[in-house]
Write a protein that binds this ligand. Sequence first.
Ligand code: ZN
Ligand code: ZN
Length: 370
Amino acid sequence: MGDRDKDPNGRGRYLQRQDRLRRVLGQASADAILVSHLPNVRYLCGFSGSAGLLVLDADSATFFTDARYTIQAQHEISCAAVRIAKKGLLKAAGELLRGRRSLRRLAYSPAQITVAQKQTLDSAVARKVRWIDDMGSVEKLRAVKDPGEVSTLREAAAIVSKTFERTARILRPGVAELDVAGEIERDFKRQGAEGPSFETIVASGERSAWPHAHPSTKQLGRNELVVLDHGAILRGYCSDMTRTVFTGKAPRKVKSLYQGVLQALEAGKAAAKPGAKSKDVDAAARNTLRRAGLARYFTHSTGHGIGLEIHEAPRIGKGDETVLVEGMVVTVEPGVYIEGLGGIRIEDDIVITARGAEELTTAPRNLIEL
Ligand code: ZN
Ligand code: ZN
């Protein structure tokens, strides 16, 4: 097997990420880090399975998995030593740490490890170590995408954009929300995506006022708002796009709400640039809705990072001080939700560029009246 086959994503990319993490760990005076959150493991060594742990110290990287993944790990991992754990991954990682006495300060993610797992680990290490909070160090690295990641995210966004345009043609009164969701997810796969990046939302009528409604057997009615929030996962990377359509000729009230949300979306995207803070993007969208008298109907934050996870750093919310930098990929998704009438949300994915932001999702944003 050639190197290319073994690591289609490029071995260098993973080594670079590991080195960047080592520098962060050095600043935190940690001797090693135990990486347990699977998207973080995937980011650092390429493993895409469901059981894996990575221990990284100043000069080595060791990956632990179980026997089910022996062959897959050989294919996917070329930048860490692979160990197949017989009695649990944490126990095996703990035993490795036990043997390396110079490792005294160990970073880990308290948000990702249960108390029981921590006890297993402690008893396997069997000596006094200082566990320190990794402070989301891998998540912070992941927030800034490299060009390869941006191009995969662009492809994932193109898939959902295309799917929406095709789906809009089959939307009509009488079709059940679940059927629409099924069509969307089949279309993702036809385009080569692994599947949806989260449970597809198709919410019609009054249900469109629930920001996270699950699709139901309800059929689309006449003269209803329909919110479609959907995303594809491509080679591990997530897209996330929302469009809202109206099944009929939209009354003036709906049109004006829609324009308010659309303007908030455009204002949010225009505020997204290097050096701006997350809260500035949120405020741009929120203030636009405020001027239209709609702020009280906007009940969630303006956006979130996307990447190997559908929700990741940075959060685009009120008061968030994160400074945006080139390479961050985030959503901007203002919405209004009015009980009895319904909801309107429009969401795009954008990448922060050297000067501003580029839209990754491109499906039409004008109000589609069916
Ligand atoms: Zn969404
Ligand atoms: Zn979203």
